[in-house]
Design a protein. Structure first.
Length: 275
């Protein structure tokens, strides 16, 4: 049984504010250890449940956050940026299940460090008319490859969101959202037990199916008009409102690649304090 972990950081144990997840800060160095601890707890549970191979895909920011030297030796780690499928690189490699670890609520929603791809320039994303977090987008991509979402971890708002896009998945709330920058957190010794137990139980659902490709539409709303204008220069992307763009794609794989381009161009159009 081959399992993939898509490991984001905002939903990791103890993370509550910007400095916890921004590479180079003192707090980030501290939370790299806690983040790696969460990943190891899941690896332990997956292997106890029968996984023979675990691929960890770093999915946060620079995608160079986990401590390889501290990683459970039964796993392999995909690290670094500029991967075609970004957070979901490896989902097309024949894995039997995927774990969304350290995930968070989407842009415009309540939750600790909630956002979708860009930290604060995107105010909403919709997949086929439904508000979409990174988790919902990634789950649709996993479904296209016939890969079930086994486990989702993050704050309580993340788990509420995941119940809608990954019914049947194990859900682990490692903290309770108080505000965007505050949460009631459990210590790593407790979250490790919770994550391992859930990962072990989730292996009962690790069965890859043929999967089905279908057309999808993604819409993105920004916090400023010039970001929508910048994104609309991408072929197939149309500006549908003052701050909103939309595009159609023949498959979810193509939709996510286009979404990656849209967000990259919008990020490049941000200038200083005025955005």
């Amino acid at each position: 049984m081959r399992i993939m972990i898509s490991a984001d950081m905002e939903g990791a144990t103890g993370v509550t504010w910007t400095d916890d997840v921004v590479p180079g800060t003192e707090q980030w160095q501290r939370f790299r250890r806690l983040f790696t601890g969460d990943v190891n707890a899941v690896i332990r549970g997956l292997c106890d449940g029968g996984a023979s191979d675990v691929l960890v895909n770093e999915a946060h920011s620079s995608q160079r956050n986990l401590l390889l030297e501290d990683l459970d030796e039964r796993a392999r780690m995909l690290t670094g940026r500029h991967k075609p499928l970004s957070m979901m690189q490896g989902i097309d490699s024949g894995v039997d299940g995927v774990v969304f670890l350290g995930y968070h609520a989407g842009a415009g929603a309540d939750g600790v460090l909630s956002h979708t791809y860009l930290e604060n320039q995107i105010t909403g994303v919709w997949l086929d008319g439904v508000p979409a977090s990174e988790g919902r987008l990634n789950a649709a991509l996993a479904a296209e490859h016939g890969v079930p979402v086994l486990l989702v971890s993050g704050d309580d708002k993340t788990c509420e969101d995941a119940a809608g896009y990954a019914p049947g998945a194990e859900l682990v709330a490692v903290k309770e959202c108080v505000s965007r920058y505050a949460a009631i957190c459990l210590p790593p010794s407790r979250t490790a037990e919770m994550l391992s137990a859930a990962a072990r139980a989730s292996m009962d659902r690790a069965v890859r199916t043929p999967g089905t490709a279908a057309a999808h539409r993604i819409e993105v709303e920004f916090d400023a008009s010039h970001l929508a204008q910048a994104a609309a220069v991408v072929p197939t992307v149309e500006q549908t409102g003052v701050r909103r763009v939309g595009f159609d794609a023949a498959t979810m794989t193509e939709a996510m690649k286009a979404f990656k381009v849209v967000t990259a161009i919008a990020a490049g159009a941000v200038q200083g304090k005025y955005g």
